[in-house]
Ligand binder design. Structure first.
Ligand code: NCD
Length: 314
């Protein structure tokens, strides 16, 4: 994935992962997102960077935030957006995904935003695309690059930088593409410490996350951090889900006010959504003064604008 998303001329050809994207490229995307956000918030017209482009949302998995914000991002920059309806499409008649892509590409589609439960599906489609760009909107537990970017932008807004930050990511790390993309982005921008925390069964293999610490003690993981990213238990990705006692999980791994007090006083609380209140996060923390969860949502639109604009078009 890291190689195939960069074209021979060094430009971004697809956006499949933050793994291997260098700091200047990530910072340029964040800067562009912030610039578009300033225009939007000032009520100024947005540059119609995607005029004449067609963006197709291909979501094979449920989504609220990601799909809607890609649609709004593309539309507000002048693109035509197609929300491809998979349930009523020919993929349900046995057409391969590659043929679906080729068909939509023949209609002069320029970008495909792909979410799929199988790792590597966006890369597979990218390999098959003739001219169109593929944006990964989440594949299996592998990558969710625009979520990584919006998390970086939100962190940078609050802390002024990513360099030197201490970040705890807590919950179901093993099944989380968000955790993987966050770690790639945080590393590229110089975070000092990344602490991964969750129950043993939901922690990843250590060799997959070199340079991160792994623990099942959330109190220790939160101590002194600048930011906490909470993740839900991604039940649909767990093959043999042991019975989870939700009250017990909350008691051991949930972020409540008492635990949050262990972080720096100015620490921010993040969550990619969907949230399960009372399981991984207390409602008063989710809605509290340190929560930036809805800012993450708002930033999602601007990083998706920047990502779409960075890809080749007509
Ligand atoms: C996440 C996802 O789908 O990977 N949500 C999102 O895109 N904001 C996280 C999750 O499903 O828990």
């Amino acid at each position: 994935m890291p190689q195939m998303q960069i074209a021979d001329d060094g430009r971004l050809r697809h956006l499949l992962t933050l793994d291997g994207l260098d700091r200047p490229r990530i910072e340029a995307l964040l800067d562009h997102a912030a610039q578009l956000r300033s225009l939007w918030r000032a009520g100024a017209p947005l540059p119609q960077l995607l005029q004449r482009r067609t963006v197709v949302n291909l979501f094979f998995e449920a989504s609220t935030r990601t799909r809607t914000s890609f649609e709004l991002a593309a539309g507000r920059l002048g693109a035509t957006v197609v929300n491809f309806d998979i349930a009523s499409s020919s993929t349900s008649k046995g057409e391969t995904l590659e043929d679906t892509l080729a068909t939509l590409e023949a209609m002069d589609s320029d970008a495909f935003v792909v979410r799929h439960k199988e790792n590597g599906t966006p890369a597979r489609l990218a390999a098959h695309a003739r001219r169109a760009a593929v944006l990964n909107a989440g594949d299996g537990n592998q990558a969710h690059p625009t979520q990584g970017l919006l998390d970086l932008l939100t962190l940078r807004d609050h802390k002024g930088r990513i360099d030197g930050l201490k970040v705890a990511i807590c919950g179901d790390i093993r099944h989380s593409r968000v955790a993987r993309s966050d770690v790639h982005g945080l590393r590229a921008l110089g975070a000092a410490e990344i602490r991964l925390c969750g129950p043993d069964a939901l922690l990843p293999d250590a060799d997959e996350f070199p340079g991160c610490s792994l623990s099942h003690d959330i109190d220790a993981a939160i101590e002194g951090v600048d930011a906490i990213v909470m993740l839900r238990i991604q039940k649909e990705r767990i093959e043999h889900l042991p019975g989870v006692d939700e009250a017990e999980y909350f008691a051991r791994f949930g972020l409540d006010r008492r635990r949050l007090a262990r972080a720096r006083a100015d620490a921010i609380v993040m969550h990619p959504g969907p949230m399960n209140r009372g399981i991984e996060i207390a409602a008063d923390v989710a809605d509290g003064a340190q929560s930036v969860i809805l800012e993450q949502v708002a930033n999602g639109i601007f990083v998706r604008m920047a990502a779409l604009a960075a890809l080749p078009g007509r």
